[in-house]
Design a protein around this ligand. Structure first.
Ligand SMILES: *Cc1c(COP(=O)(O)O)cnc(C)c1O
Length: 421
């Protein structure tokens, strides 16, 4: 559920009309709902009730400072994958002991930054990384708490670009080699082994792959404990999917996921960490765009929008589906017609939807892309020298711009011209 509903024929974000925001900030823009963000965070927090746990929001999904602060104030930890994300989490007020550092390619400089600033744990993904982490920690006179990310070799049954738990993926250590690698870690003075980490992919719409992975983690916990390691924390990753196409998708709820975690892992007495990104932010955001032209082509009509693939790349990159709805509610039973919905960028990939049934629309009408709060603004670019679009946060009847649209001068003046020109 989210807080983007029609009221008296107009789409609202909580108690603010989308058309009011559009008039104030111009299109296109992203808009996020505070109540929806908090609702999703709480759904996970409640789902793990009864187990010692921390929900570490995977901030790569949406790392705006205002979004982070909203979640941090509700008690969320953060899962970060770069120095930039670490510093963003700190700037939003998240203490180091609630920040988990993930990612396959942490540099020595990033490791140093996190060790000096405070960190809950590093999720280590390879032996060479372990060696660097050990060396950096010792050079600072510190001991780095670690889990090791194991690759359980399960098929997450999701889009190839976001599957991470098969043996051919670059992530983690093959679970079959885990004992060897844990033994190596135990021998390193700069490291303190505290647990196991696993993350098998994103946008999973079935619990079965999670269950398979967590069964393997449960077995591994017993094996590693028998080997003498302290396994007190299990980081279970993120990845629970959301319904992008509401008419025919119903992925498992966080409560189902939580019950499964309790069933598979509850007996181990470990502290549980989870790292949801998409499920917290995805349906908490819209991208709102205006129809510039309606163009009649050979046997098809195009809706040409002012938003484009540089603003929301998921359809071009992952063949992703987004529900697209008019901001003025269509009257019940209104005629529909198929449109190809496209942006102005000079690439055929700049197509949001083909032959999508929509009520008849005209230039100047507003449309909203649903489920655009995760992997939307964070993946946007200025391709075609289109300025980054603003982000807006709504809370009840208030709204605020949380990242302004840069001016063209600001965009151009980031470039510098060498002396010789
Ligand atoms: C991307 C990622 C997540 C978040 O995935 P979602 O599908 O957005 O929940 C969590 N943990 C790790 C290690 C990731 O790479």
């Amino acid at each position: 559920m989210d807080h983007f509903l029609y009221r008296d024929g107009a789409l609202f974000a909580e108690d603010v009309a989308i058309s009011e925001i559009a008039a104030a900030v111009g299109t296109p823009f992203y808009v996020y709902s505070t109540a929806t963000l908090l609702r999703h965070f709480k759904a996970f927090d409640d789902a793990l009730e009864g187990m010692d746990h921390l929900v570490c929001y995977a901030m790569k999904a949406n790392s705006n400072q205002a979004v982070l602060r909203t979640l941090a104030q509700a008690g969320a930890g953060m899962d970060v994958v770069s120095a930039g994300e670490y510093l963003r989490a700190k700037a939003a007020g998240v203490p180091g002991d609630k920040i988990v550092f993930s990612g396959v390619g942490k540099t020595a400089a990033e490791i140093k930054l996190a060790l000096e600033g405070g960190i809950r744990q590093f999720n280590v993904e390879s032996e060479p990384e372990m060696e660097v982490l050990d060396a950096v920690a010792r050079s600072l006179g510190k001991v780095a708490p670690i889990t090791i990310r194991v690759n359980p070799d399960v098929d997450a049954k999701t889009h190839a670009k976001i599957a991470t738990g098969k043996s051919e993926n670059k992530f983690g250590i093959p679970i079959a080699r885990a004992r060897e690698v844990y033994a190596m870690a135990a021998g390193m003075a700069g490291l303190q082994v505290i647990g196991i980490d696993v993350h098998i992919g994103s946008q999973l719409t079935d619990l079965a792959p999670f269950e398979q992975a967590y069964e393997k983690v449960a077995e591994l916990t017993e094996v590693l404990r028998a080997d003498g390691h302290t396994i007190q924390r299990l980081d279970l990753g993120g990845g629970l999917g959301i319904p992008y196409e509401r008419s025919n998708e119903a992925p498992p709820l966080p409560s189902d996921y939580g019950a499964m975690v309790q069933r598979k892992l509850g007996h181990l007495g470990c502290e549980i960490e989870i790292e949801p990104g998409r499920l917290i932010a995805g349906n908490a955001g819209l991208m709102v765009s205006e129809v510039i032209y309606v163009k009649s082509g050979e046997g098809r009509d195009f809706l040409i929008l002012d938003g484009a693939m540089n603003d929301l790349i998921r359809p071009a990159m992952y063949e992703a589906y987004h529900d697209i709805v008019p901001v003025v509610e269509p009257v019940a039973g209104a005629d529909q017609q198929p449109y190809d919905i496209v942006g102005p960028v000079c690439e055929s990939g700049d197509t949001f939807a083909k032959q999508r049934m929509m009520p008849k629309l005209a230039a100047g009408d507003l449309v909203a892309f649903r489920s655009a709060g995760a992997y939307g603004a964070v993946m946007s670019s200025e391709y075609n020298s289109r300025a980054l679009i603003p982000e807006v946060l709504v809370k009840d009847d208030q709204f605020a711009v949380i990242r302004p649209r840069p001016t063209f001068d600001e965009m151009i003046n980031r470039d510098t011209i060498p002396e010789w020109l």
